[in-house]
Structure formats: structure tokens, C-alpha cells
Design a protein around this ligand. Structure first.
Ligand SMILES: [Zn+2]
Length: 334
């Protein structure tokens, strides 16, 4: 009893002494907020490949981008208006370190798109321990500015001075053609203008390589033509030690809607019918293969996950943050 009393007394005395030191009315110092986020990169091991997702920025889709059967579009637009978080998306590029080469798949928007919200990829690449000068190859899925803007500065400098850019010939021929641009609708003009400013510094340096067919660019990497979103829209599938990662470009823009309704297209699709057909072919294949990690530039960061069949559509299981150096699928470990 005495002990408890004396402890309480001691506590009261301490508070009284403290108030003498700091003054009776002093408020405790408020902790200032920091506002700064963790660096935007996330690493994943796929076989012997080190894949690093590089955040370029957060994006918000517009429900009016959707096209498709009216009944489905109406339901989707209503749901999106009721829950604007469903419109959240990301812009992400991916760095693949094969041990021999450093390969970037898509380069983010740089200063060409997104009004200053995007364009963080190069900074996050540095945060991840690499420099733009170390990049050997850039594989681009297509020439929209949110995928290639990060290649070139507005004053025409190559951001990846030692890299050769690889793009499908059909894609390069389409967006770099002044004749096609002249006939294109007004809405599409900015896409032609950005492509025609971003590509020339690489073309002049003889570092713009176009491919057609199924040539080998990198050992263990397969080209996957995904026409529709753009004429030469291409995916890249890397295999290593029995594991695979598929970079699917703009197969999905709004994951909250298009996974359940793959028939819905977006206004940016050059050929909406082909885009929906490509999606309808690709998604069942990927959902049936547990050994494939998908890298989707507009899936929520880190834009890496796996696809599963769910009802008449699909669900997405994002990779879960871990600071262990894990295999892409523990069940497949040998
Ligand atoms: Zn895109």
C-alpha cells in the first residue's frame, strides 16, 4: 500500500517538475507530416530474372473512355460514378535484369502526358539502384505517350542514351507516318505529335529498331502480337527456369471493369473490335497458367499479379509486398 502510494506520489511530483521546466501551458510538440512516399519501385524474382516495377505515377481513368454494348457500358459507368476509386490506375514501366542485359519494358510518360503527375520512372529507376545510362534495350509495347514519353526530353535528348529501342514495325510505321497523321481525327493528333517528337533522336542515333514476325531479340523472350489497342501493340513474354512473366501492355486499362467485362473497349483503341478479340484470346490463356506473372502498366502498382477465372470474367491477384527475396511462385520452387 505504502509502495503504491509512494509511486503515485512520485508520478505526481514528476509531472509537476516537468510543468515547471516547460511551462504550465506548453503543448506537446506536434509531429510534422512528412508527405514523402517510399520510393516507387518493387522487385520480383522470376527464375533468374530480376524484375523491377518502376512507378511512373498514379492515374485516374474516365468512365466516358469505355465503349461497348450499351447495356454493359451503362451499368459500368453507373458503378464507376458511384465509386470513383474504381477508376484508379497506374502508369508503370518494368526493368528486367537478365544478368547480361538491362532491359526496360515501356518507359512511362516523361513530360509528354499526365500534366506533371506522371514522369517519375527515371527517378524511381535511380532509387532502385540503376542509372538510365545502364539500360541496354527498351522494348515498347506501343507508341502512346504514357509508354514512350519517358524516352525523350522535350528538348530532344535521349533519356536512355545507350539503349536501342525495339518496337513493332506496324506500330512505328503507323504513328511516324505524316500521311496517316494528316488523315487522322483531331482527337488522335496529340498521339501522332508525341510519337513523332519522341522517336527521331533514337532514329538519328541508329538506335530505333523495328521488328516484324517473331525474330529473337533477347534469349528467352517471346514476342506476343496483341493488335487492336494500336496497330502494332505487342506483348513480351520472358521465361527463365520454368517461370514466366508476360508484359501485356494496354490489354487492360480499367481493371475494376474490364476484367469482368473484357468486351468493353476504350476510346483509345485504334481498332476496338480487334482489341476485344485480342483480350478474349489472351485472358483465358493467362488465367489457365499459374506459372505466369503478369506485368500490366495500368494495373494498380506494383502492376504485377496473376489472373484467375471468376464467373464470366476474371479476377486479379496482385503480388503482395514482401521484403524477402522470393520466387515469383513459391509452389513452383524446385
Ligand atoms: Zn497506356
Amino acid at each position: 500500500m505504502l509502495k503504491r502510494y509512494s509511486m503515485r506520489f512520485a508520478a505526481v511530483l514528476l509531472v509537476a517538475l516537468a510543468s515547471l521546466v516547460v511551462g504550465p501551458n506548453a503543448a506537446p510538440a506536434a509531429a510534422p507530416p512528412h508527405h514523402k512516399q517510399a520510393p516507387g519501385f518493387y522487385r520480383l524474382q522470376v527464375g533468374d530474372l530480376e524484375v523491377t516495377a518502376l512507378f511512373d505515377g498514379a492515374a485516374v481513368a474516365d468512365p466516358n473512355w469505355l465503349n461497348g454494348p450499351k447495356a454493359t457500358t451503362d451499368v459500368a459507368v453507373k458503378a464507376l460514378q458511384e465509386d470513383p476509386h474504381m477508376l484508379e490506375a497506374a502508369v508503370t514501366g518494368f526493368l528486367v535484369n537478365t544478368g547480361k542485359q538491362l532491359i526496360l519494358v515501356d518507359a512511362g510518360a516523361g513530360t509528354w502526358y499526365g500534366g506533371g503527375i506522371l514522369g517519375r520512372l527515371a527517378g524511381n529507376l535511380r532509387s532502385a539502384g540503376y542509372t538510365p545510362e545502364q539500360v541496354d534495350l527498351v522494348l515498347v509495347t506501343h507508341l502512346h505517350p504514357d509508354h514512350v514519353g519517358g524516352l525523350t526530353t522535350h528538348d530532344g535528348k535521349r533519356v536512355f542514351p545507350n539503349a536501342t529501342v525495339y518496337v513493332a514495325k506496324a506500330e512505328s510505321d503507323f504513328w511516324l507516318s505524316s500521311e496517316i497523321a494528316a488523315k487522322a481525327p483531331k482527337d488522335a493528333q496529340p498521339f501522332f505529335q508525341s510519337a513523332q517528337a519522341i522517336a527521331p533522336p533514337y532514329i538519328k542515333a541508329d538506335k530505333w529498331h523495328t521488328f516484324s514476325g517473331s525474330e529473337t531479340i533477347v534469349d528467352g523472350m517471346r514476342l506476343v502480337p496483341l493488335p487492336g489497342h494500336t496497330p502494332g501493340h505487342t506483348g513480351y513474354e520472358f521465361s527463365s527456369n520454368g517461370q514466366k512473366i508476360a508484359f501485356w501492355g494496354d490489354t487492360i486499362h480499367i481493371q475494376s471493369v474490364q476484367l469482368q467485362h473484357p468486351e468493353l473497349t476504350v476510346v483509345f483503341d485504334s481498332d476496338p473490335t480487334a482489341a476485344a478479340a485480342t483480350r478474349n484470346q489472351l485472358l483465358p490463356k493467362l488465367a489457365a497458367r499459374e506459372d505466369v506473372v503478369i506485368a500490366g502498366p495500368h494495373m494498380l502498382f506494383p502492376s504485377l499479379g496473376r489472373l484467375h477465372k471468376e464467373g464470366s470474367g476474371y479476377s486479379w491477384t496482385p503480388v503482395q509486398f514482401t521484403d524477402h527475396w522470393v520466387e515469383s511462385s513459391p509452389s513452383l520452387q524446385k
